[in-house]
Design a protein around this ligand. Structure first.
Ligand code: GUN
Ligand code: FE
Length: 419
């Protein structure tokens, strides 16, 4: 067994925070949580990890990001979505035809994710099969777990980044064959968005998802011009989500990034199908897409999680994405004259941890039976306060201030991967 000693903090449900001072987590040898202890058990025969006065909290889950956009963080931020895709994004992703180049970028990204405390991801690769397999290898090597998708895109991407419909199908099957050996990183089907995929390809992917029991991730109602383009391309669909529904891609556990402009009808379709709405606040503000109606989604019982959406988002660190979500929600509160209340720190952290971990079958915070996904935060480096802080205050401050220098240890799927 293993015993982790420290201050235990987690957000079991939206708006709730459990804070246990000087508690402990008891793990099996394989890293499964056996007990969440309110005080340190005496005389138990376990390997001890004494984190002293540090905070032990669930790690972050980044439920939407684009790995091949890591080299263009912070670029093109003065452009709206469709112009940004054409001017920067497709050209950057085209470089991943070179697997050696991909290896270097992806090794750095995977290590950085772990160092920043993100242990679970739902990630877009590029359209390149070999680079996608390299990405999965590098995530495995660094200890990042979750889902990765080879992107499907057979139209409207210009000359540099193109696959024919037949190539897209063939390469998807080759990629799925290549994924069989990975233990912690699994495939998810990834049509980029309707403007990038012909109806023939969308229909084929929907059929494949059904036959093989694969999940799907894509983008939804991010930006006004994009939505108008989708309407032009699918005149038979009253709303964006119906373009996915038409082809069997709208189902339980489908991940839809953004949902900035999803109205009550589209939100009802999200809830009915148990689709996950991934809020990407930094990206939505950077690309002038808007501020998603997150409070309305939560009030209506939608499953909402958080994503960095690099490189539309320029922040890889999920604690900073929580800060961005809180700030965006405060602007929305102001704009709605208080009708949409802002997100508290505990709520923002819930969206970045528990709501994402749930996608992978995890329980509410630290729960016996789950493999441990945790960060250990040493907040001694933050400026000394004028008075002693409660554990809750220390947690709130840590969400705003922590960085990789204050993350002392990281556990992913029961394994200690940092510290
Ligand atoms: N829609 C289609 N592709 C993309 C992308 O790469 N980033 C964002 N933010 N939206 C998209
Ligand atoms: Fe995206």
């Amino acid at each position: 067994m293993k015993l982790l000693k420290g201050n235990i903090v987690f957000a079991p449900r939206l708006g709730e925070l459990t804070a246990i001072e000087r508690g402990a987590l008891l793990l099996s040898d394989g890293g499964t949580i056996l007990d969440v202890c309110k005080c340190v058990p005496e005389g138990c025969d376990a390997e001890v990890f004494d984190y002293g006065d540090a905070l032990i909290m669930p790690s972050f889950a980044d439920m939407h990001l684009h790995a091949p956009q890591y080299p263009m963080l912070g670029m093109g931020m003065d452009l709206p979505l469709l112009d940004w895709l054409n001017a920067y994004t497709f050209k950057t992703e085209a470089r991943f035809a070179d697997t050696d180049y991909a290896r270097g970028v992806y090794r750095k990204l995977a290590r950085e994710l772990i160092a920043q405390g993100t242990t679970r991801v739902c990630m877009f690769s590029s359209l390149h099969t070999d680079a996608t397999l390299v990405l999965m290898e590098e995530l495995e090597r660094a200890g990042v777990t979750g889902f990765v998708g080879k992107v499907n895109m057979d139209r409207n991407s210009g000359a540099v980044l193109r696959e024919s419909t037949q190539e897209s199908m063939r390469e998807t099957l080759r990629w799925l064959d290549g994924c069989a050996s990975f233990a912690h990183v699994r495939p998810i089907l990834t049509p980029r968005f309707p403007p990038s995929c012909t109806d023939e390809l969308m229909a084929w992917l929907g059929k494949l998802a059904g036959e093989r029991g694969l999940s799907v991730q894509s983008h939804l109602s991010e930006n006004e011009r994009e939505i108008a383009l989708v309407r032009e391309l699918h005149p038979d669909c009253a709303q964006y989500w119906e373009t996915y529904n038409k082809y069997g891609l709208w189902k339980d556990h489908t991940i839809m990034a953004h949902c900035v402009h999803s109205d009550a009808r589209e939100r009802a379709a999200i809830r009915r199908a148990n689709v996950v709405a991934v809020h990407c606040p930094d990206s939505n503000v950077n690309l002038c897409s808007g501020v998603a109606p997150v409070r309305a989604m939560l009030r209506e019982g939608l499953w909402v999680a958080l994503g960095s959406d690099i490189a539309g988002g320029a922040l890889l660190a999920m604690n900073r994405v929580v800060g961005a979500a809180i700030r965006a929600s405060k602007l929305r509160q102001i704009q709605t004259d208080g009708a949409d209340e802002f997100l508290t720190v505990a709520e923002g952290y819930y969206l970045a941890s528990t709501a994402g971990h749930r996608y992978f079958g995890a329980g509410e915070g630290f729960v016996p039976g789950d493999a441990l996904h945790a960060i250990v935060v040493d907040d001694r480096a933050f400026a000394e306060s004028t008075r002693p802080l409660s554990l809750r205050e220390r947690f709130e401050r840590s969400i705003y201030l922590l960085d990789k220098t204050t993350i002392r240890a990281v556990w992913s799927d029961g394994r200690r991967v940092v510290g």
